[in-house]
Design a protein around this ligand. Structure first.
Ligand code: SF4
Ligand code: SF4
Length: 376
């Protein structure tokens, strides 16, 4: 399996265009993936309505480069997503992606309605409710953002496909799959159901720390491409300086023997030797249950995880309360309260808060394990 990593200094239109095309040419060229007349859905990461320099969403110039390449193949591109939270239209505008679509005269598809898609080999899910228009397209290209993720460790090409689940339907998956590894198995099933033709990750600016929304912007100056989203994500996590195969989605795929191993990936491109040391999400170690003796696990799962705590930035907007899957958040007299007995530690509140008002605080046992050195 091949993954290309190509350097790109900034979002200058020519630089991005060259980097995206070089990255795809190194893994066989566009003709390997797209045929004349194909209807192609380009799926960027449009998590919420923020501007591109926040590194929360795929940069519009990367989307533009993919649109142009697909058009050059004589195919018919469209761009679409369903943000987890904010209004579709305002997100499309604020992220700059709607403007790019208008300039390139390409339709932007608002994901609104769902329909059932079967995946009988699924380990956890044999039928997904996904955006209805998915089946109208011949090919799908996942155009993701290189970021850390407080629940999944990292988010790249595979997790990007979670946006094909329409709007707030996403919360149901957090309710059903409360453990990192269970949710990760669902992501493996989701990827196999959608099976993108091509995966491109925008890592020109990336996010470290408390991603996917409240982390810090970091310049990695790379574009990653592969026909295999798991391989692209493994290399992305490895470049971040993380234990790539221990990230929950990779660990789930490896356990199911469904994904390539890191050692079997051939990395090509002028960025292949780049190495970074991204700040890890606060929850990084608690994702790896194998570090924890079983008797401690039994003692109290919640004490082994970080819990969300509201800080002084809170303006009581209610977004977290509205989207909390088990309805553990209430707001009374403009004060946010979290019922920790109900809280399933999905960190949607931390992910979705527009004011960075949710901190993650270690549970008692997790603090103790860090203190005595089992977790570092
Ligand atoms: S924590 Fe954030 S999302 Fe929740 S009410 Fe406060 S500002 Fe809004
Ligand atoms: S309070 Fe936050 S972490 Fe807990 S269940 Fe609700 S959204 Fe998830």
């Amino acid at each position: 399996m091949k993954v290309s990593v190509v350097k790109a200094d900034n979002y200058n239109i020519e630089i991005v265009d060259k980097a995206v095309n070089d990255a795809v040419n190194l893994i066989g060229g566009w003709q390997n993936f797209i045929k004349k007349g194909d209807k192609v859905l380009i799926k960027p990461n449009m998590l919420t309505n923020v501007t591109p320099e926040k590194a929360v969403t795929t940069h519009p110039e990367v989307v533009r480069a993919v649109i142009k390449a697909v058009k050059n193949m004589g195919a018919l591109p469209a761009v679409g997503d369903s943000p987890g939270i904010s209004n579709l239209k305002s997100t499309a505008k604020r992220t700059g992606i709607l403007t790019i679509c208008e300039e390139e005269n390409v339709p932007f598809v608002y994901f609104k309605q769902s329909k059932a898609y079967n995946y009988m080999e699924g380990r956890f899910i044999k039928q997904f409710e996904l955006v209805d228009c998915l089946s109208d397209f011949d090919k799908i290209i996942s155009v993701a953002k290189m970021k850390t993720h407080v629940f999944m460790g990292v988010t790249g090409a595979v997790k990007n496909l979670f946006g094909c689940i329409v709007g707030t339907d996403k919360a149901r998956f957090h309710l059903r799959m409360q453990k990192h590894i269970d949710f990760a198995h669902v992501m493996v099933d989701l990827y196999q159901t959608i099976k993108p033709t091509l995966n491109i990750i925008d890592g020109i600016t990336a996010m470290e720390g408390q991603g996917p929304m409240s982390g810090d912007v970091v310049d990695a100056k790379i574009i990653i491409a592969s026909s295999d989203g798991f391989a692209a994500d493994l290399i992305m996590a490895d470049k971040m300086g993380f234990d790539a195969e221990a990230m929950p989605i990779a660990a789930a795929g490896i356990e199911e023997k469904r994904i390539v191993r890191l050692k079997d990936i051939k990395v090509v491109g002028d960025g292949k030797d780049e190495q970074f040391h991204f700040a890890k999400p606060h929850t990084y170690k608690s994702m790896q249950d194998t570090y924890v003796p079983k008797f401690i696990l039994k003692l109290g799962q919640n004490q082994l995880t970080s819990k969300p705590v509201i800080n002084k930035n809170c303006v009581a907007c209610g977004r977290c309360s509205h989207h909390c899957p088990p309805k553990a958040i209430t707001i009374i007299d403009k004060k946010v309260n979290i019922d920790y007995q109900k809280c399933i530690r999905c960190y949607c509140c931390q992910e979705l808060c527009p004011h960075q008002a949710v901190d993650l605080k270690d549970g008692l046992i997790l603090s103790l394990l860090k203190y005595i050195g089992i977790y570092k």
